[in-house]
Ligand binder design. Structure first.
Ligand code: WTA
Length: 637
């Protein structure tokens, strides 16, 4: 494949950026021309941020799997599409060429059809990191079904909530997943989520761990048995469903500042163009290279840079089932050497945890295949950046610090490997099509350089969120109402004297724990479900490895029969309601919370206390009961 829109020089970047802003329709039409369409679009872009209503390539007809699979077959059918490394280093790795992947997707798409799944149906996918997960998502896309992947760390309750919200009637899962030293019994979690559920019509189960599972008559079927039926029917083909450019490709739930996670909706054509364009440019992918993104497909990074970005570019995408520290902290480097990885895209939390493990895990590794390193998910601190640069990149690989969000579909602000300069802890410059701006608390744009503000985006890019599933008003309120005519990111940001952007972290009540987005309200709701808890307040605090840790202040009812409430009980409740990823790192029982006279919790004060600050707490005079602050400081854990 060739990528005529690949930025090769600084001049290219400047020219493309200028064109994309001055004439976005012409610019994106030129990029989109490089894809396979059943019918070209009538209009490149229609938009307003009031409703919001954004349409890219309307009138266009296509199927994303024809772009990710079929179009590569003639020339690159034998190129590996997916390489897979098991959790267990002794288990044989897998190589799936484009021809094979196409065959498997078509075959499984027929399984979906045989199970009654049709265009527009929502299919929930709850699987471990195995190629079948990519096959499941692509098969949905093949027949026009909407996938909603749920990260394997979420609990039964969290799955039940998402199934209900997405009105899903179908589930694809595994008996279990291997992750480090642990096995996760995925099917049994699904069974718990489905207790009393009458709407789920079928659950397709892939056997990975040979964990015993209970299969429910008339509802649960084995993946392999269903494949055999398709084979026996002698009809292996499944023509790609012809989809509208703005039909929904997937829903992905993410946390915000309110309690309930929202289903971010991405549509087909814009998302495809955006993930492909950003993949090819930011990482400077060259045909034949091996791209290794360590994210989980349960998160947006896995959707965009394990599946859709790389596969639409005919690239080879390496997928890893396990975790960076298993069986030891050298695992990622072993994988890099084993597959001669060219591009390694990972998260600051992984880097920080490996940094602390000692140099014996990387010093004898070769790592000479590496050409580009990438970071995503949270601000990368300078120490981690330099460690990554020196020990892994051997000071010869550009590091791209890529800022973006689930709602963005793909990378928004980043240096371009080897083309635009990287600066430790800076995401640097916007990609073509992205118009960032900083605003003050009043919503006024802060012009000029060397300024700080809330990060907004002024105009749509192809990968922008279209709606929150089932509740468009929520999408408007969350992203488009704080600052009229702008998309608000929820991040704070600094623009330096040269115009480079540095993300300083969330300015709303969203935490970023090990690169996972968690809403404080969500954790509070879970804690409050425990009998005996009267009220709680959750804040983040700086954590060496996780970036942010979760600090929970809990008031419990001493007169309650369950007065011997333990911290363990609270942790278990959170694990049940959300999943282990949202467990507080610290819990402090408090006699009260600092509240204003109108009853609002002063989180600013709680955050400062959690950070270890005891004196400079700012103005506490508006508090209903200022003495509570002293009591909380005294009891700090
Ligand atoms: C944060 C992940 C600083 C940010 C793709 C954003 C970052 C949130 C960076 C989105 C980065 C992501 N530098 N902060 N390079 N990348 N973030 O939706 O706060 O899981 O709003 O998407 O992660 O997290 P999400």
């Amino acid at each position: 494949m060739t990528y005529p829109y690949q930025i090769k020089t600084l001049e290219d970047y400047n020219r493309q950026y200028k064109e994309s802003i001055e004439n976005p329709e012409k610019f994106w039409a030129n990029v989109a021309d490089n894809f396979t369409w059943q019918k070209k679009w009538d209009k490149v872009l229609d938009w307003n941020f009031k409703e919001p209503n954004v349409k890219w390539f309307s009138g266009g007809k296509l199927n994303i799997t024809e772009n990710c699979l079929d179009r590569h077959l003639a020339k690159n059918g034998d190129t590996p599409a997916i390489l897979w490394e098991s959790n267990n280093p002794k288990e044989q790795s897998r190589k799936i060429t484009y021809k094979e992947l196409h065959f498997k997707v078509v075959q499984f798409a027929n399984v979906l059809k045989n199970n009654g799944i049709k265009k527009g149906d929502r299919v929930c996918i709850y699987m471990g990191m195995i190629p079948e997960l990519a096959i499941a998502t692509l098969s949905c896309a093949r027949i026009g079904a909407v996938h909603s992947v749920i990260f394997g760390g979420f609990s039964a309750q969290a799955i039940a909530d998402r199934l209900l919200d997405a009105k899903s009637e179908f589930i694809i899962t595994c008996d279990g997943a291997f992750r480090g030293a642990k096995d996760i019994p995925l099917k049994s979690v699904i069974d718990d989520a489905l207790v009393g559920n009458k709407t789920i019509k079928s659950v397709i189960v892939y056997e990975r761990t040979q964990t015993p599972v209970s299969m429910i008559k008339g509802r649960d079927v084995w993946w392999e048995d269903e494949i055999k039926k398709v084979e026996a029917s002698g009809n292996p083909d499944c023509p790609a469903e012809i989809m509208d450019a703005e039909d929904v490709l997937f829903i992905l739930y993410t946390s915000g500042s309110t309690g309930k996670p929202k289903g971010v909706v991405h549509t087909i054509a814009g998302y495809m163009v955006w993930t492909n364009y950003t993949f090819v440019n930011v990482f400077q992918y060259q045909p034949g290279q091996i791209h290794f993104c360590t994210a989980d497909v349960g998160w947006i990074t896995g959707h965009s840079y394990i599946i859709y970005g790389p596969l639409s570019a005919g690239a080879t995408s390496l997928m890893f089932e396990g975790v960076p520290t298993y069986p030891d902290a050298g695992r990622l480097w072993d994988i890099v050497d084993k597959f001669k990885v060219d591009i390694l895209y990972t998260a600051p939390t992984a880097i920080r945890s490996l940094m602390g493990c000692g140099e014996e895990f990387h010093k004898n590794k070769n790592l000479s295949s590496l050409k580009v390193l990438g970071s995503v998910g949270e601000p990368i601190n300078e120490e981690a950046w330099h460690w990554f640069d020196k020990n892994i990149g051997k000071e010869k690989c550009p590091i791209v610090d890529t800022w973006w969000q689930t709602e963005n579909g793909g990378i928004m602000i980043s240096n371009i490997a080897g083309v635009t300069p990287g600066i430790p802890s800076y995401a640097t410059l916007p990609l073509p099509g992205v118009q960032p701006c900083l605003v003050d608390e009043m919503g006024k744009e802060i012009k000029g350089n060397n300024v700080n503000g809330n990060l907004c985006i002024k105009a749509p890019w192809p990968g922008i969120i279209r709606t929150t599933y089932g509740d468009h008003e929520r999408c408007r309120q969350t992203y488009f109402s704080a600052y009229p005519d702008k998309y608000f990111t929820g991040d704070g940001c600094l623009r330096d004297e040269k115009g480079n952007y540095r993300i300083t972290g969330r300015v709303d009540d969203v935490l970023n724990v090990s690169g996972h987005r968690i809403g404080t309200a969500e954790v509070e709701n879970a804690i409050n479900m425990h009998t005996g808890v009267i009220e709680s307040a959750v804040v983040g605090y700086p954590h060496d490895v996780k970036g942010q840790g979760i600090y929970a202040y809990v008031i419990f009812d001493e007169n309650h029969p369950n007065a011997n409430l333990s911290k363990q009980d609270i942790l278990q409740t959170v694990t049940r309601v959300i999943g282990a990823i949202a467990k507080p790192d610290k819990i402090q029982f408090v006699p009260g919370l600092p509240k204003t006279r109108s009853g609002k919790i002063m989180r600013r004060i709680l955050r400062k206390i959690a950070e270890g600050e005891t004196s400079n707490l700012g103005d506490t005079s508006t508090l209903l009961d200022p003495s509570i602050v002293t009591l909380i400081i005294e009891g700090k854990v």
